[in-house]
Design a protein around this ligand. Structure first.
Ligand code: ANZ
Ligand code: ZN
Length: 828
């Protein structure tokens, strides 16, 4: 009897699959397509368990769907630009391009040793000119469509990484990468006008039925649409001039007792110029500009205000309100100015108490009248008082009436504000795609022409200091000629944010070797959208939002039919060990290499998929891995012993009760595994179903063997069981399954087999149809096991898709279950 030796069979089959191009995919309109995509990695050089988990999930799907008859696209590539490569290059004194190339080779080898079925003919690397020329081309496309622009702006600057960070890259005032404190600076920067797409990015979340709700909520909050009113307050000391505020509570306009401007508000200087407060205010403004928004607005930060000595006039009653400058008002939101209503906003209430500003009640619940001794703001719904002609109105009606009144007087109107800002894409770093723009002494800012692409990164970089100098240090790169006037020009030396590279890579996979275009619409439209995208929750906002934005712009440009890039999204959980996230600093890392070495890739894949559903966190356990290894060995022995033709084949026995039980086990397993993988990604339960089938098969053999002679075996039934086990196992343990398939006498690949279909008749024996009623009305019929208990019947009824809409969000007050007949759910 041969031993299970993954160290020998795994490399053997990996070579075989590669030599036979088993995972190649071509456009084929005659077959339904399925695009499975795992987020491409940054080429750090080493795969970790998190990688192994995502790839295992993607690979099970890809292999399963191929066997189901889909034309599957399952590509892999490298998100290779960015800071880590640059830093590693400095540390190791190697060129970033070389470092990246070397790491890619290593990681690819590791991926292959896991038996992941990628179509390597479609591999892409974002730092190679054949890719980044199209990233540059896309920048030009955005520019032509008015979606890329340059402006001077105060930006988040990381003093450690020496680069600009997008707002999304600042977490709690700290750089997301190096966790050092972020500063604010003024620089000319390139932006993409993502705010033009805010509404569509928000509304189209509704199209994404198969995205996790929490990811959609995160995107929603990030976009942050808010409907309110803009109100114009004339300035008392400067007739003809005014300041605008954005508010969601125009109904409280009569309760305004002060106004606060953001430190960066353009009016601040003007208001205090030449007054006694000038110095104090200017130094406050300067100090505030050095802090990040997050710091300034966090709940713990004390709200500070300084009086300017100037006043504004309330447009509805002409009342004078003092103007302050405050740390908590942000220039980037609304208009950068707020009206203070201490009686109805708790933040304003605390602020007013602190600075001795009056509190004026204008909203009251019907019965009570709130007095001046109130202890907190009244933020609830109510009716207007002290509000002139609007007294007595319910607050919501007042919001509309007051806004219309203001609009009529030309003093305001309805307004929608967004939290989302335009996307800052320039980085002052070497290792990125150069922004394809030149500055001519005569002609000014000029985007390059398509034929000038790619703008190549210079390769002879200096690796002496503590960072690779930015492109501005390479005169041979900077100095150029203007294509329009032939005069002297200078190249843009900023590079593109790497999130731009990853915002369209899924389209490039559709047509990766195209030298004439980023991709051809024919290929893209066949493969897109990605049917299943798999990756970490850390990309819930930035990457996914940017990719959605790019897809919409490309759609508008007529280059792709899809309006959303990712039909279905799976955010996989984290990998833990001993209760902590696996990390070098915790010293609890288990590497894929160790696992392959010890048990083989198949065991590693099985354990990862068996230990926890994909969205949940996974706790690594050596015992669990050991268990999976033992299971695979058990399968191996089963096939080795009974699958080989060496075993006496009688073929003469007729099927009896045992045989029909085994047949039944085979088909109910097929059904369960198919449902679990295909409909629910419930890989762990699929694996345990296969384990049970292996047990049932051993049970059958044991019973038969006890009735020696062993010729009692019904060969046909046993073969069916063994083949089914091998095929069902093949997406999970592809190498072992391939080897076993050979032992069963086949010469083709198990991965080219069709996925089995369960035999309905064999299951019907003990399945019965029941009707499900909700409040006495027939809503569905379903097939259930005849042995279901009352509880199981109710459970099955509640889980039925057709029933869900009738019970979701309702309370089930009573259930009636009659086995073999019906379930009635009484809901309220
Ligand atoms: C007066 C008022 C009275 C407000 C009241 C609220 C309650 P959302 O819903 O998030 O859009 N605000 C406006 N611009 C601001 C800025 N740049 N920095 C800080 N705060 C700002 O919030 C809108 C509310 O946030 C606005 O409505 C404004 O305060 C404040 F009883 O105006 B409100
Ligand atoms: Zn010129």
């Amino acid at each position: 009897m041969a031993d299970y030796k993954p160290g020998i069979i795994e490399p053997k089959w990996q070579k075989y699959w590669a030599a036979h191009d088993l995972d190649r995919s071509e456009k084929d309109p005659s077959r339904p397509k399925y695009y499975v995509l795992e987020m491409f990695p940054y080429p750090s050089g080493k795969l970790h368990m998190g990688h192994m988990r995502v790839y295992s999930i993607g690979d099970v799907l890809a292999r399963y769907l191929r066997m189901k008859g889909y034309n599957v696209l399952h590509p892999m590539g490298w998100d290779a630009f960015g800071l880590p490569a640059e830093n590693a290059a400095i540390t190791n004194k190697v060129n970033p391009a070389e470092w990246v190339a070397h790491n890619i080779e290593q990681m690819k080898e590791q991926q292959n040793s896991l038996g992941i079925s990628y179509d390597w003919s479609r591999e892409i690397t974002t730092s190679l000119p054949d890719y980044y020329r199209w990233t540059q081309w896309l920048f030009l496309l955005f520019y032509k469509r008015g979606l890329a622009y340059r402006k001077k702006s105060s930006i988040n600057w990381c003093p450690e990484c020496l680069t600009v960070l997008a707002n999304e890259q600042v977490e709690g005032g700290l750089c997301w990468r190096c966790a050092c404190e972020v500063e604010t600076r003024e620089l000319e920067q390139w932006f993409l006008r993502i705010t033009d797409y805010a509404d569509r990015l928000l509304e189209d979340l509704d199209l994404l039925e198969d995205w996790p709700e929490r990811v959609k909520v995160m995107q929603q909050n990030w976009i942050g649409r808010s409907e309110g009113t803009e109100i114009v307050f004339p300035l008392k000391e400067f007739p003809g001039e005014s300041v605008k505020v954005f508010t969601t509570r125009p109904d409280t306009l009569y309760g305004v007792t002060y106004m606060v401007l953001a430190p960066e508000h353009p009016l601040v200087n003007h208001l205090v110029e030449g007054t006694s407060r000038e110095t104090e205010i200017k130094s406050f403004v300067k100090k505030m500009k050095q802090k990040t928004e997050i710091e300034r607005t966090s709940a713990e930060t004390e709200k500070i205000g300084l009086f300017t000595g100037r006043s504004a006039l309330n447009p509805v009653n002409g009342e004078e309100v003092p103007i302050l400058v405050g740390n908590y008002v942000l220039m980037g939101y609304g208009t950068g100015a707020v009206m203070g209503v201490p009686a109805h906003d708790q933040r304003d209430f605390l602020f007013a108490r602190k600075y001795g500003l009056p509190v004026k009640v204008v909203i009251t619940p019907r019965e009570t009248v709130l007095g001046p001794d109130m202890e907190e703001a009244f933020e609830d719904p109510g009716y207007l008082i002290n509000s002139g002609p609007f007294d007595g109105l319910f607050y919501e009606d007042a919001q509309e009436k007051i806004t219309l009144f203001l609009a009529e007087k030309g003093m305001g109107g309805f307004k929608t504000s967004y939290r989302l800002r335009d996307w800052l894409i320039s980085r002052q770093r070497y290792w990125g795609a150069p922004i394809p723009v030149i500055y001519c002494e005569k002609c000014g800012v000029l985007p390059l022409r398509e034929e000038d692409l790619p703008v190549l990164l210079p390769e002879d970089v200096e690796l002496s200091g503590d960072r690779v100098p930015s492109l501005s240090h390479y005169p041979s790169f900077v100095d150029t000629e203007c294509y329009r006037c032939g005069g002297k020009a200078r190249r843009e030396t900023d590079t593109l944010d790497t999130f731009m590279c990853s915002s369209w890579y899924f389209l490039r996979y559709a047509d990766p070797r195209n030298g004439e275009a980023a991709f051809s619409p024919g290929e893209a439209n066949y493969w897109m959208p990605v049917d299943q995208y798999i990756g970490g929750i850390e990309h819930a906002v930035m990457h996914l939002l940017y990719a959605r934005f790019f897809t919409k712009v490309l759609h508008d440009a007529g280059l792709c039919e899809a309006v959303e890039p990712f039909k279905r999204l799976l955010a996989q959980g984290m990998v833990y060990k001993d209760g902590f996230k696996m990390s070098k600093s915790k010293g609890n890392v288990v590497t894929p290499d160790e696992i392959i070495e010890k048990y083989g890739a198949d065991t590693g894949r099985m354990f990862i998929l068996f230990a926890s559903p994909p969205e949940r966190d996974l706790e690594w356990s050596d015992r669990g891995a050991e268990g999976c290894y033992r299971f695979l060995r058990r399968v191996w022995r089963l096939i080795d012993q009974y699958g080989t033709p060496a075993h006496p084949d009688t073929g003469s026995v007729l099927p009896g009760k045992e045989e029909s039980d085994l047949h039944h086990a085979v088909h109910s397993t097929i059904k369960k595994v198919t449902d679990d993988i295909g409909a629910r990604f419930s890989f762990n339960t699929a694996i345990s179903a296969i384990m049970e089938l292996v047990n049932s098969t051993y049970d059958y053999l044991r019973k038969k063997e006890s009735l020696s002679p062993i010729e009692n075996i019904y060969r046909e039934g046993l073969t069916e069981a063994l083949e089914t086990i091998v095929i069902l196992l093949s997406p999970f343990a592809p190498h072992l399954a391939e080897e076993c398939w050979g032992k069963l006498g086949y010469t083709d690949s198990v991965h080219l087999q069709s996925w089995p279909v369960h035999d309905r008749d064999s299951l019907r024996v003990d399945e019965v149809e029941i009707v499900v009623q909700v409040n006495g009305k027939l809503r569905a019929k379903l097939m259930v096991s005849a042995e279901h208990s009352k509880e199981e019947l109710v459970e099955a009824a509640c889980a039925e898709e057709k029933i869900r809409p009738y019970i979701d969000g309702k309370e089930i007050v009573r259930t009636i279950a009659v086995p073999g007949k019906l379930v009635n759910l009484v809901v309220k």
